[in-house]
Design a protein around this ligand. Structure first.
Ligand SMILES: [Zn+2]
Length: 92
């Protein structure tokens, strides 16, 4: 019974981690994707470091949330976060 097929830690790449991390921290990822992501990160030092950096940014954003920033500003912040995330990806 072939349980190991195309899916596994190797089926998800660091680039995809960077791409999914925002949704992951927001808790909006579907469970299988989340597990795959966690699985990858467990065995990938660079992704752990990236996750920590990303979390730091999110925490800063969460603090801003406490003082109730306007949704327009929040959108801008998200846009900045997204562009930062994009710049982490090598090449095109
Ligand atoms: Zn990785």
């Amino acid at each position: 019974m072939p349980e190991r097929g195309a899916s596994g830690p190797s089926s998800i790449e660091c680039r995809q981690i960077a791409d999914l991390l925002g949704d992951y921290l927001e808790g909006t990822l579907p469970k299988p994707t989340r597990e795959l992501l966690e699985w990858h990160i467990e065995g990938c030092g660079p992704c752990v470091a990236f996750l920590n950096t990303y979390r730091g940014t999110i925490n800063a954003a969460a603090k801003l949330k406490e003082v109730e920033i306007p949704s327009e500003l929040k959108q801008r912040l998200l846009t900045v976060l997204r562009s930062q995330r994009a710049s982490h990806q090598p090449g095109a």
